[in-house]
Unconditional design. Structure first.
Length: 118
């Protein structure tokens, strides 16, 4: 049996929760993250959403992330590799699957897009 999907009214505290999670992640793994952004439906002001805050992070080199597994595990994040892509990894907080900050997707930064010159 699958769990029912829970949609909550927009919570004006979601931005603060995301900012606190980002600060905790940066403190737990200094120098690892180039950027961390809040993504998904909870990042849209006024939108009803699953009460799960998703974050996406850019790292310089994905091979450096395992060295930070222990401090990130202290925040509840566990490695959860992406089955189809090698340029990304995921860290999940399974205990927060229904509410809270549940996912962090470290990705290698993309090179700047080249523009065609007319």
């Amino acid at each position: 049996m699958t769990a029912a999907l829970r949609i909550a009214d927009y919570d004006p505290d979601w931005p603060r929760q995301a900012a606190a999670a980002i600060d905790a992640l940066r403190s737990a793994a200094p120098g690892l993250f180039l950027e961390i952004e809040r993504i998904g439906s909870t990042a849209v002001p006024g939108l009803a959403a699953k009460p799960v805050i998703d974050l996406m992070a850019a790292v310089r080199d994905l091979s450096r992330t395992p060295a930070h597994d222990a401090p990130l595990a202290g925040l509840g994040f566990r490695p959860h590799p992406h089955p189809a892509r090698r340029d990304t990894g995921q860290l999940a907080r399974p205990e927060s699957a229904e509410e809270g900050v549940s996912g962090l997707s470290p990705r290698s930064p993309r090179p700047p897009a080249s523009r065609a010159v007319p």
